[in-house]
Ligand binder design. Structure first.
Ligand code: FPP
Length: 235
């Protein structure tokens, strides 16, 4: 959700005002995804690297998250949304971690859409953690090296509860992955837009989804093979 800082700067506002507007857009886009029947939406709200931002900005972002959890609680519960989070949540202040954990628990039986917040998240950190968990199992004899598989790695990622990643939208003109869902993105489709996150509206979400819908996902196969098998983003 990139571009909050630039959005604010262009208006002569402090960066936090860009994040505040960004949080409103989170609500709009989550509602739109819920109505569209999207199975899972993961929002990159705070990276491991974001801890190195100026302390006032980190504090402001944590406060926004805390407010978001309180303000969106009813909407999440009433709309069948299951809230989850990926990342090193132990680093979050307890006044964010505890209400977040409570809302995750309260919404855990909901089934209409998964809303996953990537908080204190890093793709490399996630893979490293999975490697350590598996290495530990090898050391204590629970797993043999020859049995380590892609499935086993996936089971030990923070995202093990999520469906396969189909589509990533990156706003604000950046053309980088920035440590987001690195393993999961192996076969994902990307949509890069110059729109800053605070200006990202439902109309552009529809445009992005349309672009996804007409792509052919080949997973290394040929078009002919895909058309024959019916495996495609088109159908
Ligand atoms: C990146 O833009 C954005 C972030 C680091 C924070 C994203 C947070 C929110 C949208 C609000 C809080 C989240 C929720 C779920 C309520 P940037 O600040 O790096 O923008 P810039 O590149 O223009 O400086």
């Amino acid at each position: 959700m990139d571009g909050n800082g630039r959005w604010a700067r262009r208006r002569g506002l402090p960066r936090v005002e860009g994040h505040r507007k960004g949080a409103k857009v989170v609500q709009t886009i989550t509602r739109a995804c819920r109505r569209l029947g999207i199975e899972a939406l993961t929002l990159y709200a705070f990276s491991q690297q974001n801890w190195n931002r100026p302390p006032e900005e980190v504090q402001a972002l944590m406060e926004l998250l805390g407010e978001y959890i309180i303000e969106e609680r009813a909407e999440i519960l009433e709309n069948g949304i299951r809230l989850s989070a990926i990342g090193d949540l132990t680093k979050l202040p307890s006044w964010v971690r505890e209400p977040l954990g409570k809302l995750m628990e309260e919404s855990s039986q909901n089934n209409d859409m998964e809303l996953c917040l990537a908080l204190s998240y890093g793709g490399r950190e996630e893979i490293l953690r999975a490697v350590k968990i598996i290495a530990e199992k090898v050391c204590n004899g629970e797993v043999q090296t020859k049995d380590i598989s892609q499935d086993m790695i996936e089971e030990n990622l923070w995202t093990s509860h999520l469906p396969p990643l189909d589509f990533v939208i990156r706003t604000s003109g950046e053309r980088r992955l920035s440590n987001f869902l690195l393993w999961q993105a192996a076969f994902a489709e990307y949509y890069f837009t110059n729109t800053l996150w605070p200006d990202f509206e439902k109309e552009e979400l529809m445009e992005a989804l349309h672009s996804y819908g007409v792509r052919e996902r080949r997973y290394g196969l040929t078009s002919e093979q895909i058309r024959g098998s019916g495996v495609s983003g088109v159908d």
